[in-house]
Design a protein. Structure first.
Length: 691
């Protein structure tokens, strides 16, 4: 019997060999049948007329009538012509065996000659092909990029300022976030409708410098020891010659670019800041950070084109009379750079352009700027001292719909270099839903079930190469994340639907994060801020339930959470501000928040549109310590006491920033800058009208 079985196996093997031998290299077989036999899942994209085969992370795409295919994003040519027989795609045995013999490994980023771009694009939807324009590797005439101007040597570092003052409310220590107001203890730097202003701080507010711009609208700035950096929209007009019915005319349009102006600090009581350099970058700024003397920018350009060039324009101008800025263009360079190669991310889905920029403020030459351009976009951005993380929700690919793609870029003395990317389940709420700790990234997301639509929440911990290390999910079903904060090895998270669950998660072991405890309260917190290691401040809204589960907002709520016992967090104290129609900018703008711990004060700007109190756009000053909260004073910039529904006064007098220098508390609105005495019951000291 054993001999018989052995003989049968030999016969079957011989038959198999002859069968394979009969499959001559020139013989044609069905792509679908062959790939299915090999264990691939095969689908047909009716819109693109593309067949797609997937197996174990390998993806192969081929298009009817096209003599090349794409395997894991790599373009390959067929050795023999593809055929269509009765609607089926037929390939030669030689090509089929070559295609499946050794799959190309999936890569995070690839390069392709620009001549092949249109061939590659035929296999993807317009919104699905991602390109990277590697501007750092471009071959250009170096002289054409250089400015033929003198760049002033950096000033000697200012002596340490002994003033006690508050800076911008940044997420990470040492990573300054761009804002429209900055202070350095001696001066207050302001951006507004009338341009850039520098004010001398103190009991007698004085406008020292006022710079207006004709072709520049700055809305953010940085201030370092020796530099001032303004960031905003370029308002330059570009002339285009057009011919219509034999008539030639000129049209003017604004370019879609960001302008960055770098100034040298001076003695502002005597001299205006000196303009050193201008940069123009395609798109509009999403986020900007300053670390030491390096500025990092992430910009988006939603023009939905993948054109293979990047425009860099550098200018020099000067100030006249110390006040007005005249746009006398000297040695203007507008260099359109053609890129030799295009890089792209297979399986990445977007066509908006994304730019990463690094500027060395101590080297304002060609070597001091680092620019990369990607086809993609930036939704939420988190920046540590060493890395930029960009999180984008996937809207296009059905297979990964609702997932978030995260890209990691290394920061190194003004350089921004791509490192890795990955996808995780769910959607990121904002930058505070991400945080780096010991080279690992923690990400809190809200996920919606594909079938039921029911939400749940989770925390994912990724390694330095963005590999998944550990997670905890399925938290607070039916709710979504309203706020999160990553502090050391703890993660604090607030979800909401009808009540406010405040979660404490232990992330010390990145492979096994776990919920330590949670507290349910009415309302929700939209911003979390540490007071000390045992106390967290929450700012949001109080709520109550009416009728059949209708949530009604009762006003702004400031809460103190005691987390000294992480297994049993508790509410230590709370203060309510305003009426049911009261809101705070802190819900979406954390820079409006001020905690002056050394002064024992907390400042909460708010807008109350309720009928009980009339329209108000003031700031509530609270007393705070480790024991609790107490309302102290309300500061208002409104002068229209009779007509509280005056829209213009309401807008102009809305307080949007609060800061202090020594013992003076400053409040800022579009209309004015006000100084109040912290040592004398917030008595008014001075007002400087701004508009």
């Amino acid at each position: 019997m054993k001999k018989l079985l052995t003989m049968l196996l030999v016969i079957i093997s011989i038959v198999g060999v002859f069968a394979l031998a009969e499959k001559k290299p020139n013989q044609y077989l069905s792509f679908r049948d062959h790939m299915t036999d090999k264990g691939y899942e095969v689908e047909w994209d009716e819109y693109l007329l593309v067949a797609i085969a997937r197996k174990d992370g390998c993806e192969i795409r081929l298009k009817n009538g096209v003599n090349y295919y794409v395997i894991n994003g790599v373009l390959k040519e067929f050795k023999q012509t593809l055929k269509n027989v009765n609607g089926s795609i037929m390939l030669s045995v030689q090509d089929l065996e070559s295609m499946t013999a050794k799959s190309e490994p999936a890569q995070a980023m690839l390069t392709v000659d620009y001549a092949d771009f249109e061939n590659l694009a035929a296999f993807y939807h317009n919104e699905n092909l991602a390109l990277l324009r590697a501007t750092n590797d471009m071959a250009v005439d170096g002289a054409a990029m250089e400015l033929q101007v003198e760049t002033a040597a950096p000033m000697e570092m200012n002596k340490e300022n002994s003033a006690d003052y508050s800076g911008t409310n940044n997420q990470e220590e040492g990573v300054d976030e761009a804002d429209f107001v900055k202070v350095d203890g001696k001066y207050i730097y302001l951006l507004g409708r009338e341009g850039f202003k520098i004010v001398g701080a103190g009991s007698d507010l004085k406008l020292l410098q006022h710079l207006r711009f004709d072709e520049f609208e700055p809305y953010n700035l940085f201030v370092t020891n020796d530099r001032i950096v303004l960031l905003g929209d370029s308002l330059r007009k570009t002339k285009q010659i057009v011919e219509n019915d034999g008539e030639i005319s000129a049209r003017y349009y604004y370019d879609n670019s960001t302008a960055v102006y770098v100034f040298e600090k001076t003695d502002f009581a005597q001299t205006a800041p000196k303009l050193l350099k201008k940069y123009y970058i395609s798109g509009r700024i999403n986020q900007a950070r300053c670390i030491d003397n390096y500025v990092y920018i992430v910009a988006n350009e939603y023009d939905y084109r993948a054109v293979p060039y990047f425009r860099v324009a550098l200018e020099k101008a000067d100030f006249k009379n110390g006040v007005e800025m005249f746009m006398d263009k000297i040695d203007f360079v507008n260099n359109q750079v053609t890129v030799d190669k295009i890089c792209y991310f297979p399986q990445h889905f977007d066509t908006a352009m994304l730019y990463t920029v690094g500027i060395n403020l101590d080297d304002l030459t060609k070597t001091g700027i680092d620019i990369d351009a990607y086809a993609g976009r930036a939704d939420n951005i988190y920046v540590s001292q060493n890395n930029i993380y960009i999180a984008n929700e996937n809207y296009y690919d059905d297979k990964d719909y609702g997932k978030t793609e995260i890209k990691k870029f290394a920061l190194n003395v003004g350089k921004v270099d791509y490192l890795a990317n990955t996808k995780i389940k769910g959607r990121v709420h904002n930058q505070f839903s991400m945080g780096e700790y010991k080279e690992n990234l923690r990400v809190a997301t809200t996920n919606y079930d594909d079938v039921t639509g029911v939400s749940s929440n989770g925390l994912y911990i990724l390694g330095k190469d963005l590999e998944l290390l550990g997670s905890v999910d399925e938290l607070a079903k039916g709710e979504r994340i309203y706020s999160a904060r990553m502090l050391g090895d703890k993660v604090y998270m607030v979800t909401f639907k009808e009540t406010d669950p405040f979660y404490v998660i232990d992330a010390k072991d990145p492979t096994a994060p776990k919920v330590l405890g949670y507290l349910k309260l009415p309302g929700f917190s939209e911003y979390l801020h540490p007071y000390d290691e045992n106390t967290i401040i929450g700012v949001g809204n109080d709520t109550h339930i009416e009728g059949e589960g209708r949530v009604v907002v009762d006003g702004v709520k400031v809460a103190l959470f005691d987390v000294s016992d992480v297994s049993k967090p508790k509410l230590k104290d709370e203060v309510l501000i305003g009426s049911e129609n009261t809101y705070t900018d802190i819900a979406y703008d954390h820079k409006a928040f001020l905690l002056a711990k050394s002064k024992n004060i907390l400042a909460i700007p708010y807008s109350d549109y309720g009928q009980k109190r009339g329209d108000k756009n003031d700031v509530a000053i609270l007393k705070i310590d480790d024991k609790g909260l107490e309302f102290w004073k309300d500061i208002s910039h409104s002068t229209d006491k009779k007509s509280k529904n005056n829209y213009n006064d309401s807008y102009m007098s809305a307080i949007n920033r609060v800061f202090y220098i020594n013992d003076i508390l400053y409040t800022l609105s579009t209309k004015e800058l006000m100084a109040n005495d912290l040592n004398n019951d917030l008595e008014l000291i001075d007002i400087l009208m701004l508009d």
